[in-house]
Design a protein around this ligand. Structure first.
Ligand SMILES: O=C(O)CCC(=O)C(=O)O
Length: 267
């Protein structure tokens, strides 16, 4: 198990603040990845069986992996162990201004249709809030993807710095498909991140990004956010650890934050 030393954490946090993302190469070792990979493949094959129409039509990811509908208690604990890993805790502390709350998990794969167009977006646009609110929120709320690659990939393209600034006219036209533009069109000043198996990419969900399809990929995304009711209200309680699940979790902090906020809100 590789650790993240203080100097490296400082560098990563600086990179993240400037660009909205940072890559930590080889964070997870082969011996740790094998078990996780097996669990993810079990989840994936069961999810595919239950969602064949959605997969054939357009799916690029599944979510709620820690729920009990597809995985056994033991398999869920493998995921909880990774989510509560000390290295993840160190990274969360370096990135978040305060405590982080657990939000969800996702599994990103290649769509069934290899020619399916991808789409530039900011996750925040799906809140349905007016642009002015989204724009103001960019610098106020933190939602973080931690993407662990299970196979080498160049599966994500990002616009560095866009986590703290609104779109240029061109970016907005493409993202929102205005003026005849399409959200799969090329944008300037982007960066494609090449990841190896075991690498972890942290990126802000607020930033402009798109998936790149057409090559095999399997990436486990762990989502964390500020402990705010409006962010954690969509968390499924059944995706949270309970009872003895906590025995395998080194850092239960983010799960406890989610529970605390939900209990306070009475949800
Ligand atoms: O990897 C992808 O396909 C897109 C990722 C993405 O859009 C997201 O994580 O919000």
């Amino acid at each position: 198990m590789t650790s993240v030393d203080q100097a490296r954490l400082g560098e990563l946090a600086t990179t993240y603040r400037a660009k909205g993302f940072a890559l930590i190469a080889g964070l997870f070792e082969e011996s740790e990845l094998c078990t996780l990979h097996e669990v993810l493949l079990r989840f994936h094959s069961r999810w595919l069986a239950a969602n064949s129409a959605l997969y054939a039509a357009r799916a690029i990811n599944s979510a709620y992996l820690t729920d009990s509908d597809h995985l056994s208690v033991e398999d869920r604990r493998v995921l909880f162990r990774v989510l509560g890993d000390r290295r993840i805790e160190c990274l969360l502390r370096a990135i978040f201004p305060g405590p982080a709350a657990f939000m969800n998990t996702q599994l990103f794969f290649n769509p069934a249709n290899r020619d399916q167009p991808n789409y530039w977006h900011r996750d925040i646009q799906y809140t349905g809030e007016p642009d002015a609110v989204q724009r103001a929120e960019l610098n106020n709320i933190n939602v973080l993807h931690m993407r662990l690659a299970l196979m080498p990939e160049r599966g994500l393209e990002l616009v560095p710095g866009s986590h703290v600034r609104w779109d240029t006219d061109e970016e907005y036209g493409v993202r929102m498909e205005r003026g005849g533009r399409k959200n799969c069109e090329e944008l300037p000043n982007t960066e494609v991140v090449a990841m190896g198996r075991g690498d972890l990419l942290i990126f802000s969900a607020n930033m402009l990004h798109r998936g790149l399809y057409g090559v095999d990929r399997l990436a486990f995304d762990m989502l964390f956010c500020d402990p705010l009711e409006r962010l954690v209200k969509h968390v499924r309680p059944s995706c949270l650890p309970q009872g003895q699940d906590f025995d395998v979790i080194e850092n239960p902090g983010p799960f406890l934050e989610t529970l605390r906020v939900r209990e306070k809100a009475g949800s």
